[in-house]
Design a protein around this ligand. Structure first.
Ligand SMILES: *[C@@H]1O[C@H](CO)[C@@H](O)[C@H](O)[C@H]1NC(C)=O
Ligand SMILES: *[C@@H]1O[C@H](CO)[C@@H](O)[C@H](O)[C@H]1NC(C)=O
Length: 386
């Protein structure tokens, strides 16, 4: 892994429901339903999030002070990711940028779009330089095409300086700027190997490391899961550039190896639902790859694993009346405020390999709601299986 070392902190994980599929109308079940006799398995939801990180490097000189300036520099909307405020160009134009560890291009809206309220106008920046070519990036959902150029960027709550970085200004996109988003650009933090059109287009973070002289490490903390209770509104988080801020976590950090430096590809050893291992061959959990991706709030699983998880949740759930329609995603379950149904559902644990030891450690995901303020829905398998 050498010099390329970056960290992701996960004190709490993103919601656990699965691939986006169109909502299917059906009469909702109403909770609370009869609750089955206490069974081994789900206890009361407990705050047992775990930290995951990859190979830290020495703290930068004077790092602690500047790290504190980065604390709480992210905003997140439930189900829509976390974004960071940046200033681009001269005079500075303010944009909100989705932080995405699942891609490696920095791109901002370069023209008006009905779903966003501002964009970067490169013609108004005296420091903007076009590079004379376009680039197209496709994500699991959505794509865009933009003109590549470079300009000065400052992270408002970050390093106290501006940096010259590559920027794609998006002039055409499809299913990328979705209704309701609060951001108007994307910051891809994965390795240069994923950068488009090729790895020779230096990534934002590599430019920052080179120009700011910070260690090649970042840490990201997303504090949204379970908060706020209504399933809407804003959550906080921190993107710490150059290291890890000690005040943001307690205990030890666990590290897991990166299998290959392109995505943050890791290896899942085991999956448990309600304390019961799914007992699949561990290759199934990693088919065709398992990655850590801050740009999605979904836990996506290969179809075979997804089906095993649904079976496991159905088995461990304390509510016997759920119909097949609920488990296949065609029926909602609803409950009366202020009750919440989380204690009826099991936890899901993901086991990862500990770096440099034969041990493993687990990330435990608590039940989350996904559909409206008082309804719960399983999102069924979709056509996408990556
Ligand atoms: C940021 O830089 C400016 C200009 O160099 C300086 O005046 C200011 O004190 C710096 N702020 C911090 C927090 O270091
Ligand atoms: C694992 O071992 C390698 C080689 O000795 C070392 O460079 C790396 O820092 C170790 N990782 C952790 C998390 O201790």
């Amino acid at each position: 892994m050498g010099a390329l070392a970056r960290a992701l902190l996960w004190p709490l994980l993103a919601p656990w429901l699965l691939p986006a599929a169109p909502a299917l109308p059906a009469a909702p079940l109403t909770l609370p339903l009869r609750v089955a006799a206490p069974a081994p398995g789900p206890g009361p939801p407990a705050a047992d999030g775990l930290a995951l990180a990859l190979e830290p490097e020495p703290e930068p000189a004077g790092g602690a002070a500047s790290f504190l300036a980065m604390v709480d520099n992210l905003r997140g909307d439930s189900g829509r990711g976390y974004y960071l405020e940046v200033l681009i160009g001269t005079p500075p134009q303010k944009l909100q940028i989705l932080v995405d560890t699942g891609s490696s291009n920095f791109a901002v809206a370069g023209a008006p779009h009905p779903n966003i309220d501002s964009y970067f106008d490169s013609q108004r920046s005296s420091t903007y330089h076009p590079k004379g070519f376009d680039v197209t990036v496709k994500y699991t959902q959505g794509s865009w095409t933009g003109a590549v150029g470079e300009d000065l960027v400052t992270i408002t709550k970050g390093l106290n300086a501006s940096f010259l970085v590559n920027i794609a200004t998006i002039f055409e996109s499809e299913s990328f700027f979705l209704p309701g988003i609060q951001w108007n650009g994307i910051l891809g933090l994965a390795y240069g190997a994923l950068a488009k059109p090729s790895s020779s287009l230096e990534t934002f973070f590599d430019s920052l490391v080179r120009q700011a002289g910070i260690p090649n490490v970042f840490s990201m903390q997303m504090c949204g899961a379970g908060l706020p209770a209504a399933g809407s509104g804003t959550n906080g988080g921190s993107l710490v550039l150059g290291g890890i801020e000690p005040s943001l976590y307690k205990g030890d950090i666990w590290y897991t190896p990166i299998m290959e430096e392109w995505y943050y590809q890791i290896e899942i050893l085991k999956l448990e639902v309600g304390g019961q291992s799914l007992n699949l061959d561990c290759r199934e959990y990693n088919a065709d790859k398992a990655i850590v991706d801050s740009g999605t709030t979904l836990l996506r699983l290969p179809l075979k694993v997804f089906n095993a998880v649904v079976d496991g949740v159905a088995r461990a759930s304390l509510i016997p009346e759920f119909s097949d329609g609920f488990w296949t995603g065609s029926q909602l379950a609803c409950w009366a405020s202020p009750e919440t149904p989380w204690s009826y559902f099991p936890k899901i644990s993901i086991y990862l390999r500990d770096e440099n030891s034969s041990r493993s450690f687990r990330l435990t995901i608590l039940p989350q709601k996904s559909q409206g303020p008082r309804c719960l829905k399983f999102l069924g398998p979709s056509q996408q299986t990556t």
